[in-house]
Write a protein that binds this ligand. Structure first.
Ligand code: PMV
Length: 371
């Protein structure tokens, strides 16, 4: 006997808020959301913030943003947003335009945003000027808070819908933020071999992860703590008329399929080769766009050379990946933590600004704080 299981594919319109059953005058919600590091990179997008290719990332544990959202119902109806933003306890005007833009993008899905005054208090665990982007963790934490508010208005919402919509909203704030919501490894972007994958939101990696990847380590070597030379929005737009774009998007699908295999079988050699190739391809795309950029610094290359030398000499499974900047993420299994720590201290730390680096590892995603 065949059992017919209907495949439910969610569309953007499924995320439009409808069933308000409760009313609230004031409340407050606090969430912590982590950053993430892509193994297969998202680089290139279509409106509205949809990826040109699928990506997959490790969720981090220690680099995160804590956000408290306090809401008070407005006395009189008006059609404007009312928002105050506090960063590290201080009123901050700089982030306001970004938050307004985010609210404008998501108000279709949460029309009640116009009914409340919002106080957003936020802080990061990683240092301000570390060159680590806080947009992924920041937008994910805010999206979680907004979903908590929505849940108060519609308590019948399922947990599955809560997390999918949180990822959907976070994506509209900053693409990669949709990978900072739940689980250790997240896939974002439709790929035929990953069931449930979607361009609209990230999904937990749907296969059993090989034990070698449990508590995988990410040490971030801070080569350049300055502000990014190229913003990600400019970077993504450079893929629009890029001569290699079509081939790159195809390659990302193939690399996602290869890395899926590595994550389930524990093949670290192939894992390393896909991860490093992805990092260098991301930078190659920027070097071959118009205008072109070199985002690595001489010390980025020094570190890469050292990692290759160390791997050749010791046979230890350590590799690097890069974001759209000069900092280097070293990825390695927990069982080589001790040797890698010594290697960093003796051979890499001198290439970091003020000898700084951050030790992180795979985490589980966002979590709520009780107030
Ligand atoms: O989320 P955005 O728009 O900041 O783009 C992130 C792009 C990369 O970090 C370079 C790659 C990725 O997939 O995270």
């Amino acid at each position: 006997m065949f059992i017919f299981v209907k495949k439910i594919i969610l569309k953007s319109s499924d995320f439009i808020f409808q069933d308000q059953t409760s009313h609230i005058e004031s409340d407050s919600f606090s969430w912590i959301a982590p950053s993430n590091i892509a193994l297969v990179k998202y680089w290139g997008k279509k409106e509205p913030q949809l990826p040109a290719n699928p990506s997959i990332s490790f969720t981090l544990n220690d680099c995160k943003t804590e956000t408290t959202l306090s809401v008070v119902k407005k006395k009189d109806e008006d059609s404007n947003f009312s928002i105050d933003v506090f960063v590290d306890g201080k009123l901050n005007e700089e982030f306001k335009p970004k938050i307004y833009k985010f609210f404008e993008r998501i108000v279709l899905y949460q029309p009640f945003l116009k009914d409340y005054h919002f106080k957003i208090e936020t802080q990061n665990t990683f240092p301000h000027s570390s060159g680590i982007a806080s947009s992924a963790s920041g937008m994910a934490a805010l999206a979680m808070c907004l979903m908590s508010l929505e849940q108060e208005l519609n308590p019948k919402m399922t947990s599955d819908y809560f997390y999918k919509k949180a990822s959907f909203l976070a994506r509209l704030g900053s693409g990669s933020a949709c990978r900072s919501i739940e689980s250790e490894i997240v896939v974002w972007g439709k790929n035929k071999t990953i069931k449930g994958s979607s361009d609209l939101f990230g999904i937990p990696f749907p296969f059993k992860i090989h034990p070698k990847f449990i508590n995988y380590q990410d040490t971030i070597l801070l080569v350049d703590k300055g502000v990014k030379q190229v913003s990600s929005s400019v970077g993504h737009s450079l893929m629009e008329n890029h001569p290699f774009a079509v081939q790159r998007f195809k390659q990302a699908h193939q690399n996602l399929e290869k890395i899926t295999e590595c994550l389930t079988t524990g093949n670290l050699d192939d894992f390393i080769s896909v991860v490093e190739s992805e990092a260098l391809t991301l930078h190659a795309m920027m070097m071959t766009s118009q205008p072109y950029f070199i985002l690595m610094k001489p010390n980025t290359l020094q570190i890469i050379e050292k990692v290759w030398e160390f791997r050749k000499q010791t046979n230890l499974p350590i590799c690097f990946t890069l974001d759209a900047g000069a900092n280097v993420h070293l990825l390695y299994p927990e069982f080589v933590k001790h040797e890698v720590k010594q290697f960093i201290e003796s051979e890499l730390v001198m290439f970091c600004e003020n000898n700084s680096y951050i030790c992180d590892s795979i985490g589980m995603g966002a979590y709520q704080l009780s107030i």
